[in-house]
Write a protein that binds this ligand. Structure first.
Ligand code: DGY
Length: 458
């Protein structure tokens, strides 16, 4: 990584040192802000990716990231998508804890810390196993400490996965139902457009968007119309008092999310390894295996042979969601694929519709295919590349045995970060950094990729 004057970092050592600095600056003592200004609280899946990177620096601190998050777990087992930092000035982020009103409305919500009332993809067991595997190489003390934390975390992880396998999948389809695009983490991806267009927005309490104050151009963020709909779904969830059974009956947005579901499958694989490590009862291990297999079957049922992608399913419309986004590669993340399905996915991944598009600045999958009518190169999840998501696909490719492809992806991803720094997301054609700078999970995955040069995939 040297010789190009466009680069923000000249050497891998510079890049690693600055990634550590970003995480240090964003560390608020036991947990890490997703980003300093735009996201001043603890976000659930951000924290899991942050822990993956922190493991390369300090396995104890990495485990702490997870245990801090799980201290806010709901009685249902749900891990909330935001744990609010009580010390940020009022008006720093919207919607805030008052707007969610979980402590007042939901019997299952903790009274402190205050949280949002929805969740995000369950990367946590994957992170915990990753930390554990690094701690094992770090000597007996680190290993002993990590084992003790794992023993404490395991029942919490099990309760989290049980919640997703039951309350979020009452029909036993193997797919997780989400209540809000924010739960997918891919907020304004075209995959939600049709379902969101069907949501009738009622009388919305007034609000001011804070997110737009932290980006150079509002076109990088969801539109005001999208925000109205996001906020309306929050009002609907409040009306149901965040009760899963009531939500299943009344909520206007219920979509089976294939990427979320695939992450749960991979997380169940990781949870099984953790269960073995902590000598969990056989019956629990068998339950985890059954969730994993049901998840794989659920994803297989959502395969669209014509598109060569896996599709979300809109339960309200009773129809699959035919969009071209990276979520279509969900089965890659879930793993355990037959050769022909794996080949079909790899062909689509490398095709001009995704990472093989000839105009891309780096051969990395854009969040939405440039061929999709909903594609917008600068708008959040409608096209930009997201480094943490590239990490997830890199990890999945390595697990699938596609090592050369994985290595090409890792090198291109590090080139991208070396050029643009720790941006939240990146315009795929020009390479312009977008969204927040100093995004914690971007720094975290950079650290893991750099360490993988000598240590391999943990
Ligand atoms: C945001 O604030 O944009 C988040 O994605 C919601 O969690």
């Amino acid at each position: 990584m040297s010789g190009d004057p466009q680069r923000a970092f000249e050497t891998a050592a510079d890049l690693a040192a600055e990634a550590v600095e970003v995480l240090r600056r964003n560390d608020l003592g036991g947990w890490t802000t997703a980003a300093p200004r735009l996201y001043p609280h603890q976000w659930s899946w951000d924290s899991a990716f942050i822990a993956i990177g922190l493991a390369r620096v300090d396995t104890r601190r990495a485990m702490r990231e997870l245990t801090t998050l799980f201290a806010a777990q709901w009685a249902t087992g749900m891990v909330p998508h935001i744990v609010f930092n009580p010390y940020v000035p009022p008006g720093s982020y919207f919607p805030d804890a008052d707007r969610w009103a979980c402590t007042d409305l939901a019997a299952a919500a903790p009274s402190a810390p205050r949280t949002s009332g929805i969740c995000q993809p369950p990367v946590h067991a994957i992170a915990a196993r990753h930390i554990w595997s690094i701690a094992q190489r770090d000597g007996a003390d680190a290993e002993g400490d990590a084992r003790a934390v794992l023993a404490d975390l395991y029942p919490r992880l099990l309760a989290w996965h049980r919640y997703l396998a039951t309350a979020r999948d009452p029909a036993g389809s193997g797919l997780v139902t989400i209540y809000h695009p924010w739960e997918s983490g891919t907020d304004n991806a075209p995959r939600w457009d049709a379902a969101m267009a069907s949501v009738a927005v009622g009388s919305l309490p007034p609000y001011t968007r804070v997110d737009l104050q932290h980006v150079a151009d509002p076109g990088q963020r969801p539109t005001n119309d999208e925000y109205d709909r996001y906020l309306w779904l929050v009002e609907e969830l409040k009306r149901a008092r965040y009760d899963d059974a009531a939500i299943a009956r009344t909520h206007p947005f219920l979509v089976q999310d294939v990427l979320f579901s695939a992450i749960l499958v991979a997380a169940n694989d990781a949870l099984l390894a953790i269960a073995e490590t902590v000598a969990a009862p056989d019956a629990e291990q068998q339950t985890i295996v059954s969730w994993r297999e049901r998840g794989r079957a659920g994803l297989a049922a959502r395969w669209d042979a014509e598109l060569g992608l896996c599709l979300d399913f809109d339960l309200r419309a009773g129809a699959p969601v035919r969009t071209h986004t990276v979520a279509g590669f969900a089965p890659l993340v879930a793993g355990g694929l037959a050769t022909d399905r794996l080949d079909a996915l790899l062909t689509a991944f490398d095709s001009p519709a995704f990472a093989g598009h000839p105009a891309l600045r780096w051969p990395l999958p854009p969040s939405t295919s440039p061929n999709d009518p909903g594609f917008r190169a600068r708008s959040y999840w409608r096209g930009p590349t997201w480094p943490f998501l590239t990490w997830l696909f890199w990890w999945a490719l390595a697990r699938a045995g596609a090592h050369d492809r994985a290595e090409r992806l890792r090198r291109a991803a590090l080139d991208q970060i070396a050029a643009v720094g720790f941006a939240e997301y990146v315009e795929p054609f020009t390479g312009e950094p977008l969204g927040s700078a100093d995004q914690s999970w971007t720094a975290a995955v950079a650290l893991d990729w750099l360490a993988a040069d000598d240590g391999g995939v943990a």
